[in-house]
Design a protein around this ligand. Sequence first.
Ligand code: PRP
Ligand code: HPA
Ligand code: MG
Length: 182
Amino acid sequence: MHNDIEKVLITEEEIKAKCQELGRQLTEEYDGKFPLAIGVLKGAMPFMSDILRHVETYIEMDFMDVSSYGGKMRSSGEVKIVKDLNTQVEGRDLLIIEDIIDSGLTLSYLVDLFKYRKARSIKIVTLLDKPSGRTAKIKADIVGFEVPNEFVVGYGLDYEEKYRNLPYIGVLKPRIYGGEEE
Ligand SMILES: O=P(O)(O)OC[C@H]1O[C@H](OP(=O)(O)OP(=O)(O)O)[C@H](O)[C@@H]1O
Ligand code: HPA
Ligand SMILES: [Mg+2]
């Protein structure tokens, strides 16, 4: 698996330190508010698990499973709800947790949905931001790292459902996705 990676963009140590830093920031932001943290499956799972362990105030967790890439490298443009929340969001302070904002289509769909459901406030924390991929008008409130215009894998992010369990963020060798070898 590690042999499929051409280069590491963000190391395991850098991710750990960032989760600590952002967790502290969220503790200050949400102290006394009991927000609902919403993890966007499947990609946000490792980041959500690591960042929330550094949030030292009451927080509720729920999950939404949406998919638009279907394991591929380009968004289908259509966001599908695979699993909805179990929690009512009306009047709640929401914290959406994402692994990456690329085109922004997933998050703009979710933000619209939660506004329609009358959330009190909506904030977004994302581990990665790829501004060059953006087609929808959406911005995260908290960003871990900015990444270049490359397809990245690891720490939740997949290519054809593989590599989510890598502890770092990297770029695949071109032969893995059928490109030219370097
Ligand atoms: O900004 P966008 O272009 O919408 O891309 C970001 C979304 O795409 C990926 O999810 P995907 O649909 O691949 O589902 P997954 O998390 O199950 O891999 C990623 O986890 C984000 O949720
Ligand atoms: O760069 C990416 N990698 C993996 N999944 C993704 N979903 C949106 N962008 C990406
Ligand atoms: Mg995916």
